[in-house]
Design a binder for this molecule. Structure first.
Ligand SMILES: Nc1ncnc2c1ncn2[C@@H]1O[C@H](COP(=O)(O)OP(=O)(O)OP(=O)(O)O)[C@@H](O)[C@H]1O
Ligand SMILES: [Mg+2]
Length: 255
């Protein structure tokens, strides 16, 4: 009798266990579906975010061209007109108008280059980074140099733009915040990965603090998010009084 009772008790446990196992199986199937949905959502989000970024860069290029070839040409013609249509004894050159038109022209060219320098599309990343180093130095008094590897480096157009934009933001930050005297851009590649560092000898800062605070660090976080969007990684090494290095790593050739 007692064996029978025990048996019934065991059956009950078995059923409970089967129930639990069933439920676990069900939950893990649901989990798998959720993870798949999440991965699918993230894939679509990345796709969309990259497309938005491409369109934004395309628009910048169009506006830069419009400024340079549209208003820029009109101002050049105006300067020519002011200098040559007058100039005889009866009608001397209006020097002030020439100066105003010339400074408007250089402002239009500056805006056009800031939007998207044509050197990036025409001559590629190496020339664009050299140009960025030179013009940043000229405008700020900072000593900026650039190192590029001797051998071929495989970068597509999108990667070129990404690296250029990150170097541009890092250098802008150095000029704005670092109180540095020197900055250096180093581009290298190894084992199929591109490595770009932008280093300064300035005051340094608490990068962790800036990257995690919700109300500041949009420039720094923008650099990091953009790098991650293209399968890369960005980290900032800095400390008070120790200067700063912004380091970007990306897969070579694909973005
Ligand atoms: N190279 C640097 N040297 C010293 N401090 C820096 C450097 N780069 C960034 N910082 C510090 O990190 C903060 C955040 O930089 P971030 O680029 O995110 O924002 P921002 O330059 O202040 O504004 P934004 O880039 O949105 O115009 C800066 O305000 C500054 O305090
Ligand atoms: Mg900034």
């Amino acid at each position: 009798m007692s064996t029978n009772k025990k048996h019934t008790h065991f059956d009950g446990n078995d059923m409970a266990l089967a129930d639990v196992l069933n439920r676990v199986q069900q939950i893990s199937t649901e989990n798998e579906q959720l993870v798949r949905k999440l991965a699918d959502g993230e894939y679509r989000f990345r796709h969309l975010a990259r497309a938005v970024w491409r369109v934004q860069e395309e628009e910048r290029r169009n506006i830069a061209l419009e400024l340079h070839d549209g208003i820029g040409q009109v101002l050049t013609a105006l300067i020519n007109h002011l200098q040559h249509s007058a100039g005889d004894v009866t009608e001397p050159v209006d020097q002030q108008s020439v100066e105003l038109a010339t400074s408007a022209l250089s402002e239009v060219r500056r805006m056009s280059r800031a939007l998207r320098p044509s050197v990036l599309d025409d001559l590629g990343l190496e020339s664009a980074l050299k140009w960025l180093a030179r013009t940043t130095g000229e405008a700020s008094g900072l000593e900026v140099d650039m190192q590029w590897p001797d051998d071929e480096i495989d970068v597509d157009k999108q990667t070129e733009t990404l690296v250029f934009r990150i170097a541009q933001e890092a250098l802008t930050n150095i000029v704005k915040h670092a109180e540095a005297t020197r900055a250096r851009i180093i581009v290298g590649h190894d084992h199929g990965r591109i490595r770009v560092s932008i280093t300064d000898n300035g005051c340094g800062f608490d990068a962790e603090d800036v990257l995690t605070a919700s109300d500041r660090g949009f420039g720094a976080r923008g650099m990091r998010d953009r790098a991650e969007l293209f399968g890369g990684r960005l980290h900032i090494e800095s400390g008070t009084g120790e200067g700063t290095s912004v380091i970007l790593e990306l897969p070579e050739g694909t973005a």
